[in-house]
Design a protein around this ligand. Structure first.
Ligand code: SDX
Length: 393
């Protein structure tokens, strides 16, 4: 067969689907979930209300939200035999590695209740996934520091429960700081969906084969982990640690511009935003508020981050290429301020993005245009040739 194909490496000019969920205008720096500006949602809403909106298309009424929150709360526990899976991981396994494996294994626990053609089954999958992600992420962290896992506390809201599972230890009291919980809730809202980013496209690609949806989400977690995508928030903090001191900022900016040097400014640039990432603008404001609340606005690490941002924004290389700080530049700084360990940063992104992954997976199952995704390639290998026996090579 000799069709006419378009060569579009990295899909910079290809729309792989139609979707009702998220709108981005990269030139203007606009981001809407189901038509609502993300800044209005960050200001007024809660993560679970936004999750409802992203999944169902409309903001919930009070009874709808109560029912949804109740159902999410009911699904937060992990099956005890699933909890044992963590014991098989080495103590220094990265939380994202554990999450990829554990979420994939959910497909072995819920295969008999997952008929992808059934609306009710799809809904339970989405709710179960959103409910269990914080429990899985916190358990991965507890395993990595050798502490006992904490059970979910269903009297707490979604974000406070996650912070409790992360930081509380048995026999000690731990009070969740409401300002920390609010900051985290806003970060979760801002990360909930972002149309056809690499991990969501991966979930859709896997989902197009009709695979088990938990397995499809596991593929999304794997894609998110990379430093060019969700792993950038972790990479930002590692980069700041490497730069070490404000006096070194100019030297590292030169390295970022040098095409022979692999160093890039983590948390800068975006495939779609050629203007400020609107999420970064909101997080930036929160960042200052959180640092002030915690009394650490003069911490050298944050001063270094602000100086790096200031100098990069004035630099011609970054201006010409329209490279602005993205969502991951500030999220890593807030996570650090909240005491969240660096290797957990990308897991935080994964918790929030589960909403988008689940919504896109559900949406595609109802799309009459859905078929197995099957890109083509341009073959650049050897022309046809004949097999040579091994003694003649
Ligand atoms: C996320 O897509 C999404 O929606 C993702 C996301 C989401 O919500 O799901 O928004 C989340 O993943 C944010 C991005 C996090 N990644 C980083 O912060 C890593 C650092 N950024 C870069 O690696 C890069 O900017 C990307 C991966 C974000 C975008 O890559 P592109 O679109 O392929 O852009 P590019 O590499 O072609 O860059 C264009 C130019 C190049 O220079 P020239 O060859 O034209 O001279 O800008 C340069 C690049 O070398 N460049 C950078 C740079 N990013 C791009 N130079 C220095 N430092 C950087 N960070």
């Amino acid at each position: 067969e000799h069709g006419v194909f378009t060569y579009d490496p990295a899909f910079t000019a290809t729309c792989s689907t139609q979707s009702d969920i998220t709108y981005i205008d990269g030139a203007e720096g606009i981001l809407l979930y189901r038509g609502y500006p993300v800044d209005q949602l960050a200001e007024n809403s809660s993560f679970l209300e936004v999750a409802y909106l992203v999944l169902y298309g409309e903001l919930p009424t009070t009874p709808q939200l109560d029912e949804f929150v109740g159902a999410i709360t009911q699904h937060t526990m992990l099956n005890e035999s699933l909890s044992k899976f963590f014991d098989g991981f080495h103590y220094d396994a990265h939380p994202m590695a554990m999450m990829t494996g554990i979420v994939g294994s959910l497909s072995a626990f819920y295969h008999d209740t997952t008929d992808i053609r059934d609306d009710g089954h799809r809904e339970i999958f989405a709710r179960r996934m959103i409910a269990k992600m914080p429990t899985i992420a916190a358990a991965a962290y507890k395993h990595s520091v050798g502490q006992p896992k904490m059970y979910p506390r269903n009297d707490l809201d979604y974000t406070s429960n996650f912070l409790h599972m992360l930081f509380a230890v048995p026999a000690e009291t731990y009070e969740v700081d409401p300002i920390a919980a609010k900051a985290l809730d806003v970060l979760f809202i801002l990360h909930a969906d972002h149309e056809q980013n690499a991990s969501t496209s991966t979930v859709r690609m896997a989902g197009s084969t009709g695979t088990n949806p938990y397995a499809a989400i596991a593929s999304g977690i794997a894609a998110l982990w990379g430093p060019a995508h969700g792993g950038a928030n972790e990479a930002v903090l590692n980069m700041l640690g490497e730069i070490g001191d404000i006096s070194q900022v100019p030297r590292y900016l030169e390295k970022a511009k040098d095409k022979d040097d692999p160093f890039r400014l983590m948390g800068f640039g975006h495939r779609v935003y050629k203007n400020f990432d609107p999420r970064a603008t909101i997080i930036r404001g929160y960042c200052h508020e959180v640092l002030q609340h915690l009394g650490i606005e003069n911490h050298p690490l944050f001063e270094l981050a602000m100086e790096l941002e200031r100098i990069a924004l004035e630099d011609d290389y970054f201006k010409e290429r329209k490279l602005y700080p993205n969502v991951d530049f500030y999220s890593g700084i807030i996570y650090q301020a909240l005491g969240i360990p660096i290797n957990m940063f990308t897991s935080m992104f994964a918790i929030a993005r589960t909403v988008g992954w689940a919504a896109h997976w559900c949406e595609m199952q109802n799309d009459p245009a859905m078929r197995i995704a099957r890109p083509r390639q341009i073959y650049t290998g050897s022309p046809k040739r004949s097999y040579t026996p091994i003694d003649q090579r």
